[in-house]
Design a protein around this ligand. Structure first.
Ligand SMILES: [Zn+2]
Length: 563
């Protein structure tokens, strides 16, 4: 066998007697590992040997495997360590016979096992370079989200086997260290970015550690590393964030920047002590992947026309309301981007600055240096801006400066923590703002939420029955008999039934009637009632229009609009 191989290589590149002897000696020491023993002599390139091996065994050699043929539904049936041990990867093109890529046909003991485990009736063997097969194995498990678990297992066993095949994180951080904990942290971050997570939570419990990713606003448990990993994992992240690793009893904040391929990721890191150790949250701010146009929100034509008008006024306040994570900042950024032009002076004060907007001055609130919203605002006003964005109105002082600015010829954007648009008036009055100031300064209040979009691969169609809309509080008789979809869950959507998000809006324009009503009452029900009479579309109505388009589900609209 080894002589056949050497003869084939010899035809292309003449081999000396000495080289032949060396290779034969290496092979005879370990005849069950043909490839390894030949490669280890370092006399040939791997592809050179594989081409020859392909001839000896009459197997096709594929120098580059297509990762499109990776099937993630196979991972549940085969342990990853098994594939790596034998260096084989099962692949499948749609509708074609599966391929099993092997690196060494002299040892095919694992191939039958794969075929049996996957229930393959037929398959063909192909030869591929070792790193191609390892990359395919990684892709296989990456897609199913299990590789981080494997990293932990490898870490626990003290094994360093994970190292050579993790090229995908090579440009992440200063990844020169071989320490498994660094690999694990890097992997967690790059997986988080890939999955579109906004936060990664590391939560210690008595016996385990839980790693959860927030994707599309929902927390998913991704990994439960053993308790033993906790100290080194937390320490590593604290080092990245330049925190004091010895201090474990007070909350700390820090930040780090990483690059993954061409994406720049800003990470805000915070720790909080708990009874079982430090709880840590990494907030991922992807500077490359922000949507900055309303059209990318899935906004309705009617709502867009309203917003278009509202954000082009020359003075007054536009408020965006909604709970944390409802996309308020993104909407404000989209508004600024839309109206930004060289002749306009736009200044923002934010906590934190989430995204760098071109041509717009952004100031970060910083408690340590005494830059609060109110103080920052005072200095902003002196810089003669046309448009001011205040990250959030939290107190009377900030509200008063915002209103003052609005009344003196500035257009002011800000956010408030209220459920619906009418509630914004109540909230401002509760803060201590005089109703006549609200009535004279507020142009519009935009309430918004993000709804998850149904996974198009697995959503299920049905007909809306009266019982389905019972929870819509009386509204929605007109939906009965219409077609809608509900989530199911498949491998494409991590079994969540959803993939991606869009915003829904409730825009309350302060017309003369509403302005005079605000002078009489701050009761949000009365204000809402008047706004509805003037034609306001509620969050639920806007959400239901997405339901009828098959984009989201009734359950999802109810979830995000519950009071
Ligand atoms: Zn799906």
């Amino acid at each position: 066998m080894i002589d056949d191989l050497l003869d084939i290589i010899h035809e292309k590149t003449p081999l000396s007697k000495e080289v032949r002897e060396k290779v034969r000696a290496a092979y005879e020491r370990d005849p069950s590992n043909l490839m390894e023993s030949v490669i280890e002599t370092k006399l040939f390139l791997e592809n050179e040997v594989l081409e020859a091996v392909a001839q000896v065994y009459s197997i096709e050699f594929i120098p580059v495997l297509s990762m499109d043929h990776v099937r993630d539904d196979w991972t549940g049936d085969i342990p990853r360590s098994f594939l790596k041990k034998y260096c084989m990867a099962p692949l499948a093109k749609d509708g074609e016979e599966p391929l099993i890529a092997v690196n060494d046909p002299s040892d095919l003991s694992g191939v039958d096992d794969i075929a049996a485990l996957l229930n393959l009736s037929g398959y063909s063997l192909v030869l591929a370079p070792r790193n191609q097969i390892l990359t395919a194995i990684n892709a296989l498990y990456d897609r199913s989200g299990e590789s981080a678990q494997q990293l932990v297992e490898d870490m626990e066993g003290g094994g360093f086997t994970i190292i050579d095949d993790f090229e995908e994180t090579a440009d992440l951080l200063d990844d020169t260290s071989d320490a498994p904990v660094i690999r694990l942290v890097n992997h967690m971050i790059s997986q988080g970015v890939k999955a579109g997570a906004s936060d990664i939570h590391i939560e210690p419990f008595q016996d385990v550690l839980k790693v959860r990713y927030r994707i599309d606003g929902i927390l998913y448990e991704m990994l439960t590393p053993p308790k033993g990993v906790q100290a080194s994992l937390i320490s590593r992240i604290k080092v990245m964030a330049k925190m004091n690793i010895a201090e474990k009893r007070v909350p700390q904040d820090g930040r780090a920047q990483v690059r993954i391929g061409d994406q720049e990721i800003d990470i805000r890191i915070s720790t909080v002590p708990t009874a079982y150790g430090e709880r840590l949250v990494m907030r991922l701010l992807n500077k490359s992947g922000y949507f900055l146009e309303f059209s990318e929100f899935g906004i309705s034509d009617k709502n867009y026309q309203l917003i278009h008008k509202i954000i082009r006024q020359h003075n007054g306040i536009v408020l965006v309301t909604g709970p944390t994570g409802s996309g308020k900042t993104t909407s404000l950024y989209a508004a600024l981007t839309e109206i930004n032009s060289p002749d306009k002076n736009i200044i923002t004060i934010e906590d934190p600055v989430e995204y760098n907007l071109k041509g717009i001055g952004q100031i970060q609130v910083n408690a340590k240096t005494g830059v609060t919203f109110a103080k920052g605002l005072r200095s902003i006003v002196r810089q003669d801006p046309d448009i001011i964005l205040i990250g959030e109105i939290r107190d009377l002082e900030t509200a008063e400066i915002a209103i003052q600015s609005a009344l003196t010829g500035h257009l002011v954007f800000s956010t408030l923590h209220t459920n619906d648009s009418a509630g914004a008036v109540t909230r401002l009055v509760d803060l201590g703002v005089e109703p006549y100031l609200i009535s004279s300064s507020v142009n519009a209040v935009i309430a918004q939420r993000l709804v998850r979009l149904l996974c198009k691969e697995c959503r299920e169609e049905y007909e809306i029955e009266p019982s389905h809309i019972q929870t819509l509080n009386g509204v929605g008789q007109e939906y009965i008999g219409r077609r809608a979809f509900k989530p199911r869950g498949c491998s494409k959507c991590f079994n969540t039934g959803y993939s991606g998000r869009e915003a829904i809006f409730e825009i309350m324009v302060m017309d003369d009637n509403l302005k005079s009503l605000v002078l009489q009452t701050s009761d949000s029900n009365q204000i809402k009632h008047a706004a509805l009479k003037a034609g306001m579309v509620t969050l639920r109505q806007d959400g239901m229009s997405k339901v009828l388009k098959g984009l989201t589900s009734i359950g999802e609209v109810l979830r995000v609009t519950q009071e």
